[in-house]
Design a protein around this ligand. Structure first.
Ligand code: CA
Length: 359
């Protein structure tokens, strides 16, 4: 009874508040009305993707279109593929210097400028997509990311996700970790350092050169993204085995990075639209990846691609090597140590809930 009474009262209260605010609104004089911003902005977004690249470039295009629609055309964003305005891996500098107002890429590309940046994309054997987002938004991760990028006059926003990636394409069967020895494997980032510890050589082939390099034996193996993009690359035609899991990239956070001065020059409502459009892109881009990867994994299976799981013993050793490599980064870079502490603490506290959810 008490509860029902409470709900009834609360309902009346809400209605009363609603009426009061409506009345208040009517009494506002025109001089108190919020300013209506009529100024329009034309911005450039530089990306690390080939123009309109499936999902990644398309996601950037959709983000720009969404912002234009939501601002009623007040902020128009022209999206440039890698190399169209600046080279793909110079987009961060371009935004930092204000050559472009915003960019779309992945933070681990900037590890050479700030080692801690790579912790915001993915860590080998690290947290999955759901855990990583929770750490970023609710566990202090994004605050650290913003602190790190503030030194470059940039504000980062998580803006899309590849989901878990796959392990990659091999012509040699991987039965023990010794089978990795001597292989030249295309693998960027911390994963590349890990396979280096395992006796392989990490090679950094740009996307456009991987197929030819694998076909000609310049590299023996490659990771790329997931079933959809890997199929489009045609790796199944020139490699024998497709391995999983993508231990080196259990998630793949994409980023929108905005020149801080340019962002702060915008009216508050447009700032908010950018932030909310980036939030929406996290879901939209992830959903596109999940849908296409499901479809193309099934397609590969029906076409007889030899899909295998890395043996458990191999994964155990790679995990140990990953911990060693990550600790080494934290030992030589103070900000990385702070980020890793935050990451590990969040992970430790969320383990029980994660186990409970997944059964
Ligand atoms: Ca990858």
């Amino acid at each position: 009874m008490e509860r029902r009474k409470f709900l009834k009262t609360a309902g009346l209260g809400a209605a009363a508040v609603g009426l009061a605010s409506a009345g208040c609104k009517l009494s506002v004089s025109s001089k108190d009305a919020p300013a209506i911003h009529t100024k329009t902005y034309e911005w450039k977004m530089v990306t690390s993707w080939m123009p309109h690249f499936p999902i990644l470039g398309e996601g950037a295009d959709k983000f720009a279109a969404d912002v234009s629609t939501m601002t009623g055309g007040k902020l128009k964003i022209k999206v440039f593929g890698g190399g169209e305005l600046v080279p793909a891996l110079e987009s961060f500098d371009a935004v930092s210097m204000g050559v472009a107002e915003m960019g779309h890429a992945a933070a681990y590309y900037w590890a050479g400028k700030a080692p801690a940046a790579q912790f915001f994309t993915s860590l080998p054997f690290g947290m999955n997509t759901r855990q990583t987002y929770t750490w970023l938004y609710e566990g202090g991760g994004l605050d650290l990311w913003r602190e790190l990028y503030s030194h470059f006059n940039i504000i980062p926003f998580p803006c899309g996700n590849t989901g878990a990636q796959t392990g990659g394409w091999y012509n040699r069967e991987i039965k023990t970790v010794n089978d990795l020895k001597g292989l030249k494997i295309r693998m960027p980032g911390i994963g590349g350092k890990v396979i280096g510890e395992a006796g392989a050589t990490a090679i950094l082939s740009p996307g456009g050169e991987i197929y030819t390099n694998l076909e000609r034996g310049v590299i023996d193996a490659t990771e790329w993204i997931g079933p959809y993009h890997d199929y489009l690359m045609g790796f199944h035609k020139i490699a024998k085995y497709y391995y999983y899991p993508g231990w080196h990239e259990p998630t793949g956070v994409l980023e929108l990075f905005v020149n801080k001065t340019a962002y702060e020059s915008l009216p508050e409502e447009i700032q908010k639209i950018i932030a909310v459009a980036a939030d929406a892109a996290n879901f939209n881009i992830l959903a596109m990846f999940e849908a296409k990867n499901s479809e193309y994994l099934t397609k590969m299976k029906s076409e007889g691609v030899d899909i295998r799981k890395f043996p458990e013993d191999v994964l155990i050793i790679l995990r140990q090597l990953s911990e060693k490599v990550i600790s080494k980064i934290a030992a030589t870079d103070a900000f990385s140590a702070r980020v890793l502490d935050s990451y590990n603490l969040f992970r430790k506290n969320s383990v029980e809930w994660e186990k409970t959810q997944e059964g």
